[in-house]
Ligand binder design. Structure first.
Ligand code: UDP
Length: 235
């Protein structure tokens, strides 16, 4: 146990990270690779809560001309597909998991109940939170911040397709500079776009550190939990 820096973590996996190169939908091979690393983390004795995004299927803002609330409901449903896909992959690896949804769908998953979620974590089950916060106009990054605060997670591990936060888009600007450390005020004032301002404010107000890292090398999850400085740390 001594080799781990964090005992309880919130892992935020965006929908895009589950889509692999196809950029849309669920890529089974990608999901399985991520599950292998989550299993390693679980084997180290880390309590793991996961919030999954849904952008690989649908984002509220993609619904141009649509009623925003309806479009956001569709986005929240997309997160359930990802949650079930990830659950299946983790359970195939012998890890007990529970999916809890912020919008009730009892035939499919448990409704979100904080005390139950914490109990699952204490018993070594991985809890996957779906449907974001359950409210339109929010993001799954905000859901990760909210649930992290509720379950007393020590850190949010924000898995992205880039290896940290840059001063400009590294895919466009070859001279983009990566930050090793940032404050939440920097993120808010410089509008760095790494997460929405609601999520950043919630983490700032509740002192929840975030580590932004690239999931292209899934080993990064393990390195961070063992205390290596990878990606960008925001606090
Ligand atoms: N969403 C929402 N409320 C929430 C979380 C998510 O309405 O609390 C909707 C929103 O439409 C969002 C979509 O679900 O665009 C998918 O979530 P997100 O874009 O955060 O997924 P990611 O970018 O992480 O894949």
């Amino acid at each position: 146990m001594s080799e781990i820096k964090y005992k309880r973590v919130m892992l935020k996996i965006s929908g895009e990270a589950l889509a692999g190169d196809q950029k849309h939908g669920l890529n089974t091979e990608t999901v399985n690779k991520i599950s292998d690393k989550i299993k390693e983390l679980h084997d180290l004795g880390v309590e793991i809560a996961i919030v999954v995004g849904g952008g690989n299927f649908w984002r509220g803002r993609s619904g141009k001309g649509m009623d925003r609330t309806t479009a956001d409901h569709m986005g929240m449903l997309a997160t359930v597909i990802n949650a079930l896909g990830l659950q299946d992959s983790l359970e195939y690896r012998g890890i007990p998991t529970r999916v809890q949804t912020a919008i009730e769908m009892r035939q499919i998953a448990e409704p979100y109940i904080r005390r139950k979620a914490v109990r699952h974590l204490e018993k070594g089950r991985i809890v996957i939170f779906a449907c974001g916060t359950g409210n339109p106009y929010f993001s799954t990054d905000t859901a990760a911040a909210l649930r992290a605060a509720e379950i007393d997670a020590e850190v949010i591990l924000l898995a992205k397709n880039v290896d940290g936060v840059y001063d400009s888009d590294p895919n466009i600007n070859p001279n983009a500079v990566k930050f090793d450390k940032l404050s939440f005020l920097d993120v808010l004032n410089k509008e760095l776009g790494v997460m929405d301002s609601t999520a950043a404010s919630l983490c700032k107000d509740n002192n929840i550190p975030i580590i932004v890292f690239g999931l292209n090398d899934p080993d990064n999850i393990i390195r961070i939990v063992k205390g290596e400085n990878i990606g960008t740390s925001i606090r």
